[in-house]
Design a protein. Sequence first.
Length: 146
Amino acid sequence: MRRAVVSITRAEGAVEEVQASLDGLAAHHAVPPDALCDMQIALDEALTNILTHGFDDGEPHRIEVTLAIEPTTIRAEIEDDCAAFDPLSATAPDLTASLKDRRVGGLGVHFMRRLMSEVSYARIGPRNRLVLRRALETGGTEDGNA
């Protein structure tokens, strides 16, 4: 088993279900703890954003999460049928501003980009596709994105 797929149609328990699948896959393939932790954080952020903002229209939606262990990386591909949203186009947070002056939002995407070796987004027909890759041996790239 080098791959697991989780389909989500409801918000309740969804993140935990994906995390459990990731944990099982990682344990089976001896994924280094730092790579697993980074992927867990990035997945939590991505899924929470989709569930919070994509499911807020009251319509039924489906998220498909494919987790894979590749020769040098762990990969998560998240596809959803929610409104188009490219998280990589979000304005980077001003990390130098005081907490009082800092605008709300953007830190989660910043963390995703910093923790992952590669993050990519595409709108394919009516679906969003976000792909997260984390190298098994080292952390993210210097700029947080390949």
